[in-house]
Design a protein. Structure first.
Length: 1021
C-alpha cells in the first residue's frame, strides 16, 4: 500500500525497426480468464490502492515500431499486491531456564492492517540442538484483514541432566504479502538449570557519597556442589535504559561510593561458581541516583614556633573535601591546657585568639598550647568537625628588654639640638623593635616636677624658648620584635639647665644692642648706616663705598663668626657673589662666594637654617619660582637643598627671622600684586606651615628687612615706600601685627635699604607687550609723535581718562620713526625704539619716565621695505625681541635681542597679501607667549595669530571695522582685568578709542580725548 509498482520488458523487431510509441495498460484479473483494465493506469508504473491488496495485477504492453508494421501483439505479466506495514519480532532475545518447559515469542504487525497477510518462521542457527534441547520450531502466523494483534511462536524446551552451559537458537521470520521488519531474527538463550544459580541479587546500604554498599544474593547448585570462586562486578549507568559502565576495581561484594558515581545509578552483579563451571551472571536492580554532600575535614595540624613568652606560634593543617569543594573561611581557636593530657574538658579557649598564629602571653607560662580548626568549604556542606592538634608545652618564661646608658648630647642652649642615645639589652636575645622615646622638661633637678614635652617623641629634640632655665631628660621604653615585647622606661640623668642662646645681632653695627639700617646708593656707589634706637635715628655713619650699580647690597650677617655683621654683595651682571668682612663701621677685607651666573636666581635672605652656627643663604628663581638654600661655612658652599616652590612669581621673599620662637629661622613673603603678606614657618628646609598676616594694599610699600627693634624678643618688619621715600616699622608679636612707627624719611629714591630689590613696588620680569607706564602708576599711558615738528609727548591715563601730559625730548628729524617702547635695560621703565626710514638705522633711547638717560644703536637694516612692527619676548628669555615685516615680499621675522644686542633671528610664516599689516603684539590667549595682531587696510578685517615663538598655532578674528581710517595703534590693559585691549586712532577725525576685550571678544569701548590732525600719531607698538 502506497508503494509504486514498476514494469519492464524487452522490445524486439525481426526487421530491425526501432521502437516507437508502444502502449501500456494495467489489469485486474477475475481468476476466470477475464482481465479488467484499470482506468488511467497506462504507464510503466502503478500505485496500488487499498482494494488491490491480496489481488493479482497484470501489466500489458503492445509494441509499436517507428517504421514497418505499426503494432505487435499485446503481452501480459502478473503481480500480487502486498499490504502496507511490516511484521517483526517484538524483542531481540529472551533467557529461559532449561526446566521452564516452554516459551512464547511475540511477533507484531505494523501498518494499517489492510489485507490478510502471513509470516513464516523457522530456526536458523544456534548452539542448542533440536529435539535434545528444544522441539523443532517452524510454522506460519496469519493475520486477517484489519488484524494487527501480536501473534506468538511457541517453543518447547527440553530439560536434560547434562552440564551444557547456556545454549541458544535463532528464529527467523519471513512475511507473505507484507514486508519483514526489524528485528527479523530472535535469539532464545536456554540456561542450563544444572549450573550454579544466583538468585535474589540485591544491594543494601544508602546510595550516598562515601557510603558503602553491599551486594547480597542466594546461591544454589542443582548438584549440591558448594559455592567456590563466584565473581562480582559493580556497574553504573545514567539511567535504567542506558548502557552500563564498569566500575573498574569494584570486584568485591562491598563498594564505597565516590564522587565519580554522583548522580549515577549503581548495580551489583554476581557470576556464581561451584568451582567446576560458572553459572550465568545475574545483576541486581539499579539503585536510585547517588546523592549527598559531605562536610570538609582537617588533619595534620602542626604548630611551629618557639614556646616562649612573647614569641609567635603558627599553625598549619591539611584541608580535605571528598567533593573537592574549595576551602572557605575556616575558623580557628587556640587552647590553653594546664597538664597537656589533651583532655578537651581541661583545655580552655584563649579569648581573642582566632587566627592561624598566636603570640604567647605571660599567662601562658607553664601551660600547654593547642590549636583547633573547624574546616569550612566555599560550597556544599559546612562546617566540618573541629580538629585539634596535640598540646605543645609547657611554655617557658621570657624576659622583657631593658636599656642602659641612657644619655644625650648637644648644647643646652635655646635653638640647640639634643640627640639621645642608649644601649638596648635582651637576655633572650630578642632583637629590638620600635622602641619609643620621650623628652621631659623639669623645673628643678630633683625629678619631682617634670612633664613630657608634647610632640618630642624622637631621638633628637631642638630646644625652644620654653626650655630656658629648665632641666631636660631623655627617656626610652625598649620594645622587642619578639618575645616579651615591652620593657620599662629608663630616663637619662639630669644635666645643666638650658640657657638662652646669645647670638650676634646681624643688624647691630655699632655694638649698642640695637639693629641699624644699612643703605646703598647704586648711582653714586655710596654706602651708609642709620644708627637706630628702636624707631629713632640716633646718628648716621658712612662706610666703605663700592662704585658700579651692578653690585647689589643683598643683606648682612655674621659670616666669619666674629660676632660682627658683614655685608653680602651680588653682581647682577656677572653673577659674582662676595662678602665684606666688617668690624662695626669699618671695612676689613673681602672674600668671594661661589658664582651663580644664572641671573634668574636672586639672593633673598640669610640665616642659620641647619643650626650649625653658620650663616646660610636663601635663593629664589624669578623665572621658575623655585627656592633653595646654600649651606655655608663662611664662604665655602657645603651643599644645597631645595625648598618648596612658589610658582606664583608675585610672591617675593623679603627676609628671614625666627617668628615662632622655636630657634629656627622662618621666611617672610610679600605678594607684589595683591599686597598680601605671609610667613613660612620652617624647620631647616622643611615648610611646617604658612601663616598670613596683615595685608598692605599699597604696592609701593616694599618689605625689605626683619629685626627686633623694640627688644621684645620678636622680629619686627622694615618697610620702605619706593615712590615717596617714607620708611616705617611694623612691630610684631610672633606672626601677628601689633602696631607701627614711622622712621625718618629718605626722599632721595636712589638710596635703597639693603635687601631692597628695586625702586619700584614690584620687580617684574621684562614686559613683553606694551610697556607704556611712564609715570609708574601701574596704568598704561599714551605715547605721541608729531611728524611735522618732531615733538614727542606722553598722556598720563587712568583707563580712558587723561590725567595730564608731558613732553619727551624732541627729535626734529622726522625721518626717525618712533617704532615702539619696551624695557630694554631691565630697569622696569619703558624705553623708546626708533627707526630711520631713510638710512635704516635703529636706536634705543633708555628712559627714566620722560627723561632720556642714554641711547644705544642696534644693527641697521638699510632695506627700508623692512619695517619694525612690534616688540615681544618670543624666546621666553625675559628680554624684548623685535618683530619685522617686509612690505615688498610679505616676509615676517623676529630679532632675538639682549638689550641693544642682536643674538639671532628667525622667520615667522610669510603673508603675501600686503593689505595685512602687523599693528600690535600681546598675549591674547593667556599662554604667556606673545601673539601677532593684524589689520587688513583694504577689507577692514582684524585678526590675531596665536604664536609659540615663530610657530603659528592657530588664528582668530576680532570684530571687523570697515572704515580704514581707523588704525590699530597698540594694546594695553586699560580696564585692569589682566587682559589686553586694542587702542585705535582715526587718522581723519583725530578720534581715539579703546576696545575692551576678552580674548578676541569685544566687551565694550570708550573714547579718549580727541587730538585732531594727522601730524600727531599715536605710538603703540
Amino acid at each position: 500500500m502506497g508503494m509504486q509498482v514498476s514494469a519492464n520488458y524487452i522490445y524486439f523487431d525481426p526487421d530491425g525497426d526501432l521502437e516507437g510509441s508502444s502502449s501500456y495498460q494495467w489489469y485486474i484479473p477475475d481468476g476466470f480468464g477475464k482481465d479488467t483494465a484499470i482506468p488511467g493506469a497506462t504507464s510503466l508504473t502503478y500505485t496500488p490502492v487499498s482494494s488491490d491488496v491480496g489481488k493479482s495485477l497484470k501489466f500489458g504492453v503492445i509494441p509499436h515500431a517507428q517504421t514497418g508494421a505499426s503494432a505487435g501483439d499485446e503481452l501480459k505479466a502478473a503481480y500480487t499486491v502486498w499490504s502496507d506495514g511490516s511484521v517483526q519480532f517484538s524483542d531481540t532475545s529472551l533467557n529461559v531456564l532449561e526446566n521452564s518447559g516452554s516459551s512464547n515469542i511475540a511477533v507484531s504487525r505494523s501498518g494499517s492492517g489492510t489485507g490478510a497477510v502471513s509470516a513464516d518462521y523457522s530456526v536458523l542457527t544456534g548452539t542448542a540442538s533440536a529435539d535434545d534441547d528444544y522441539l523443532t520450531v517452524s510454522g506460519t502466523l496469519n493475520w486477517s484483514d484489519g488484524d494487527t494483534a501480536d501473534k506468538y511462536i511457541p517453543v518447547t524446551i527440553v530439560d536434560d541432566t547434562l552440564l551444557e552451559g547456556t545454549e541458544d537458537l535463532s528464529i527467523t521470520l519471513n512475511g507473505t504479502l507484507i514486508a519483514t521488519g526489524t528485528p527479523s531474527s530472535f535469539t532464545l538463550q536456554i540456561i542450563d538449570d544444572d549450573l550454579p544459580l544466583a538468585t535474589n541479587v540485591s544491594i543494601s546500604g544508602s546510595p550516598d557519597l562515601q557510603q558503602t554498599l553491599t551486594g547480597t544474593y542466594d546461591f544454589t547448585d542443582p548438584q549440591n556442589d558448594p559455592e567456590t570462586g563466584s565473581t562480582y562486578q559493580w556497574f553504573t549507568a545514567e539511567d535504567a535504559l542506558a548502557s552500563r559502565d564498569t566500575i573498574y576495581g569494584a570486584t568485591a561484594t562491598d563498594y564505597t561510593l565516590t564522587v565519580n558515581e554522583l548522580d549515577e545509578l549503581v548495580s551489583f552483579c554476581v557470576t556464581p561458581s561451584d568451582g567446576i563451571m560458572p553459572g550465568n551472571q545475574v545483576c541486581s536492580n539499579w539503585t536510585t541516583p547517588v546523592t549527598g554532600n559531605h562536610p570538609p575535614t582537617a588533619g595534620n595540624v602542626v604548630l611551629s614556633g618557639t614556646l616562649k613568652q612573647g614569641y609567635m606560634l603558627t599553625a598549619s593543617y591539611t584541608y580535605s573535601d571528598i567533593e573537592n569543594d574549595l576551602e572557605g573561611n575556616s575558623s580557628y581557636a587556640w587552647y590553653r591546657d594546664s597538664d597537656g593530657d589533651g583532655g578537651l574538658g581541661k583545655a580552655t579557649a584563649i579569648t581573642g585568639a582566632t587566627g592561624s598564629s598566636y603570640i604567647i602571653k605571660p599567662e601562658d607560662e607553664g601551660q600547654y598550647i593547642s590549636f583547633g580548626v573547624s574546616p569550612t568549604a566555599q560550597t556544599g556542606t559546612s562546617p566540618g568537625t573541629e580538629f585539634r592538634s596535640s598540646a605543645y608545652g609547657p611554655v617557658i618564661s621570657n624576659h622583657p628588654p631593658t636599656v642602659t646608658n641612657v644619655t644625650f648630647t648637644g648644647t643646652l642652649q635655646t635653638g640647640g639640638m639634643l640627640t639621645g642615645s642608649y644601649t638596648y639589652n635582651d637576655i633572650d636575645n630578642d632583637i629590638e623593635g620600635n622602641s619609643t622615646y620621650a623628652w621631659y622638661r623639669y623645673s628643678d633637678n630633683t625629678g619631682s616636677k617634670g612633664k613630657a614635652i608634647s610632640g618630642a617623641t624622637g631621638t633628637s629634640y631642638t630646644l625652644t624658648s620654653e626650655d630656658e632655665g629648665q632641666y631636660i631628660r631623655f627617656g626610652v621604653i625598649p620594645v622587642a620584635q619578639t618575645g616579651d615585647l615591652l620593657g620599662s622606661e629608663l630616663r637619662s640623668s639630669f644635666a645643666d639647665p638650658v640657657v638662652v642662646t646669645t647670638t650676634t645681632n646681624s643688624s647691630d653695627f655699632d655694638g649698642d644692642g640695637n639693629p641699624d639700617l644699612l643703605w646703598r646708593n647704586p648711582s653714586t656707589g655710596e654706602n651708609r648706616l642709620w644708627l637706630m634706637d628702636d624707631a629713632t635715628l640716633t646718628g648716621t655713619a658712612s662706610i666703605q663705598g663700592l662704585e658700579g650699580n651692578n653690585w647689589q647690597l643683598v643683606g648682612k650677617n655674621d659670616f666669619n663668626a666674629d660676632d660682627k655683621p658683614d655685608l653680602l654683595w651680588r653682581n647682577t651682571t656677572t653673577g659674582v657673589n662676595a662678602i665684606w668682612y666688617m668690624d662695626g663701621l669699618n671695612y676689613l677685607s673681602y672674600a668671594y662666594l661661589p658664582e651663580e651666573t644664572d641671573q634668574s636666581w636672586r639672593m633673598v635672605a640669610t640665616a642659620d637654617f641647619n643650626a650649625d652656627g653658620k650663616v646660610d643663604i636663601i635663593w629664589r628663581n624669578s623665572t621658575t619660582g623655585d627656592n633653595r638654600i646654600w649651606y655655608l661655612d663662611n664662604t665655602t658652599l657645603l651643599n644645597t637643598a631645595s625648598l618648596d616652590a612658589e610658582t606664583e612669581l608675585a610672591w617675593q621673599i623679603a627676609a628671614a627671622a625666627d617668628f615662632n620662637a622655636d630657634g629656627k629661622p622662618d621666611l617672610v613673603w610679600r605678594n607684589t600684586t595683591t599686597g598680601d603678606n605671609r610667613i613660612w614657618l620652617m624647620d631647616d628646609d622643611s615648610l611646617l606651615s604658612s601663616e598670613s598676616f596683615t595685608a598692605l594694599a599699597d604696592l609701593d610699600w616694599q618689605l625689605v628687612d626683619a629685626a627686633d627693634f623694640n627688644a621684645d624678643g620678636n622680629p619686627d618688619l622694615v618697610w620702605r615706600h619706593v615712590t615717596t621715600g617714607v620708611n616705617a616699622l611694623w612691630y610684631m608679636n610672633g606672626t601677628s601685627y601689633v602696631s607701627y612707627a614711622f622712621l625718618d624719611e629718605e626722599t632721595d629714591l636712589n638710596w635703597q635699604l639693603a635687601g631692597q630689590t628695586t625702586t619700584t613696588s614690584t620687580p617684574p620680569p621684562v614686559t613683553t607687550g606694551n610697556n607704556d607706564d611712564f609715570n609708574a602708576d601701574g596704568k598704561p599711558d599714551l605715547l605721541w609723535r608729531n611728524y611735522t615738528s618732531g615733538q614727542n609727548a606722553v598722556w598720563y591715563m587712568d583707563n580712558a581718562t587723561r590725567l595730564g601730559y608731558d613732553y619727551l625730548p624732541q627729535l626734529a628729524d622726522i625721518n626717525w620713526q618712533l617704532a615702539g617702547k619696551a624695557d630694554f635695560d631691565g630697569d622696569t621703565k619703558p624705553d623708546l625704539l626708533w627707526r630711520n626710514a631713510v638710512t635704516g638705522d635703529n636706536v634705543i633711547w633708555y628712559m627714566d619716565g620722560i627723561t632720556q638717560l642714554s641711547y644705544a644703536y642696534l644693527p641697521a637694516i638699510t632695506d627700508t621695505t623692512w619695517q619694525l612692527v612690534g616688540i615681544g619676548d618670543f624666546n621666553s628669555d625675559s628680554k624684548p625681541d623685535l618683530v619685522w615685516r617686509n612690505y615688498s615680499s610679505g616676509d615676517n621675522a623676529v630679532w632675538y635681542m639682549d638689550g641693544a644686542s642682536q643674538l639671532g633671528y628667525d622667520y615667522f610664516p610669510a603673508l603675501a597679501d600686503l593689505n595685512w599689516q602687523i599693528n600690535a603684539v600681546d598675549d591674547f590667549n593667556a599662554d604667556g607667549k606673545p601673539d601677532l595682531v593684524w589689520r587688513n587696510y583694504a577689507s577692514g578685517d582684524n585678526a590675531v595669530w596665536y604664536m609659540d615663538n615663530v610657530t603659528q598655532l592657530s588664528y582668530d578674528y576680532f570684530p571687523a571695522l570697515g572704515d580704514i581710517n581707523w588704525q590699530i595703534t597698540g594694546t594695553g590693559d586699560f580696564n585692569t582685568d589682566d587682559k589686553p585691549d586694542l587702542l585705535w586712532r582715526n587718522g581723519a577725525t583725530g578720534d581715539n578709542v579703546v576696545w575692551y576685550l576678552d580674548g578676541v571678544n569685544r566687551l565694550g569701548y570708550e573714547y579718549f580725548p580727541v587730538l585732531p590732525g594727522e601730524d600727531w600719531r599715536l605710538v603703540g607698538r
